[in-house]
Design a protein around this ligand. Structure first.
Ligand code: FES
Ligand SMILES: [Fe+2]
Length: 386
């Protein structure tokens, strides 16, 4: 496939394709209708997984996160930086520009900015001047690069220390990053993970998720940093438990049983789940697939994963994607819902998040009160099952 850059160069020197390019649609997505900070756009003051380290090279990359258009780039030391994708000269997008001498350079008039967001040069004014000195990029967010991923603290307060799941930092685990974009809200993506009883139905034809009984009850057990969901009558057969971590970095942890004849020797597949909101109706879901295997067993699993398992795992993810996209939006999904006992974890997640929703709405002002209702959260919180 011919890339856009190659097309541009061919067009520049030969004119070939120029007419077609002039009619191509804009790459810039339309603006988001909800205000920054609305909970449907995501929880603030939280760490988010943005992308793998490999996905960020020398060129600036556009990233829409929590409804905000941002640019991710590497400074002169190769460290990632994240700031508004909006040039404070006349509003062009930095992600169309370059990194030059370790600074972000806008493509339109070559204004430059350092990695704190400070303007350092306005070429038409001879470089440094009083306008340059008082010009800064709107928002700059803390970023860290750890375990082969880029992480960003999206919020206004000082970041808490980034504590990653052990599966991404302990070398006895081997993992594959798996990232896909879903046309759904971030909360629906997390509710899908709390809803463990969907597995034996939606994924009933999968190699790993079709086993076990389908009639069961679920229980929710609180922890210091989140909660755990378990099936009452089945363990180690299917997607039978999930843990939610909600402290500074929101993620889930679950196991999928592996048969040795399917995946070689070793423990179950461990999946860590992150849902990074793009905007109200789009979410980047990251599901690193991890296994605690070493030596030849690790090599065998990695080979089998690449040759066979990856495709089937992505097939299962696409089944989730289809269901979630069919639900369209939070208000539409909750319009006339009827929750059963097996939906208790979904309700528990909503009740846990509701104070954060309310706090963010209060920040936006009284006119936004009640604009992010969470169905079923008005009654008292459900007591933990023993
Ligand atoms: S709009 Fe960015 S330099 Fe002019
Ligand atoms: Fe699923």
């Amino acid at each position: 496939m011919i890339t856009t850059n190659v097309q541009l160069k061919v067009s520049q020197y030969t004119g070939i394709g120029a007419r077609r390019m002039s009619g191509s649609p804009s790459k810039t997505p339309p603006p988001v209708s909800l205000p920054k900070g609305h909970p449907y756009l995501g929880l603030r003051d939280t760490w988010y997984l943005v992308c793998t380290s490999d996905e960020l090279g020398d060129a600036p990359v556009a990233q829409r996160l929590l409804g905000e258009d941002l640019v991710l780039w590497r400074n002169g030391s190769g460290e990632p930086r994240l700031m508004s994708d909006y040039c404070p000269h006349r509003g062009a997008r930095f992600s169309e520009g370059d990194v030059a001498d370790g600074e972000l350079q806008c493509r339109y008039h070559f204004w430059r900015f350092d990695d704190s967001g400070q303007c350092t040069s306005i070429p038409t004014q001879g470089g440094q001047c009083s306008l340059q000195a008082r010009t800064k990029i709107e928002s700059v967010y803390p970023v860290e690069e750890q375990a082969g991923y880029v992480w960003a603290w999206i919020g206004e307060s000082e970041p808490v220390p980034l504590v990653l799941p052990i599966e991404l930092t302990d070398p006895s685990f081997s993992s594959f990053p798996e990232t896909v974009e879903w046309g759904t809200n971030w909360l629906l993506a997390f509710e899908n993970l709390a809803d463990i009883m969907h597995a034996p139905f939606l994924h009933n034809e999968s190699l790993t998720l079709g086993s076990g009984i389908v009639e069961d009850r679920v229980k929710v057990i609180s922890s210091d940093t989140g909660f755990r969901v378990e099936r009452q009558n089945q363990k180690g057969v299917n997607f039978d438990w999930v843990e939610f971590e909600l402290d500074g970095l929101i993620y889930t942890r679950l196991d999928i049983p592996y048969r040795p004849t399917l995946a070689g020797p070793g423990p179950d597949l461990r999946i860590i789940g992150f849902a990074t909101p793009i905007d109200e109706t789009h979410t980047m879901v990251h599901f690193p697939r991890c296994r605690q295997v070493e030596g030849w067993q690790r090599m065998l699993w990695r080979l089998i994963y690449r040759l066979r398992l990856r495709g089937t795992h992505l097939h299962v993810l696409n089944q989730d994607k289809e269901m979630l996209e069919s639900m369209r939006s939070i208000p539409e999904a909750q319009r006339d819902e009827h929750l059963a006992q097996a939906d208790k974890p979904v309700l528990h997640l909503r009740r846990t998040l509701k104070p954060m929703f309310d706090a963010q709405l209060a920040q936006l002002g009284p006119e936004w009160a009640g604009t992010a209702p969470l169905s079923g959260t008005k009654t008292a919180p459900a007591a933990d099952d023993a």
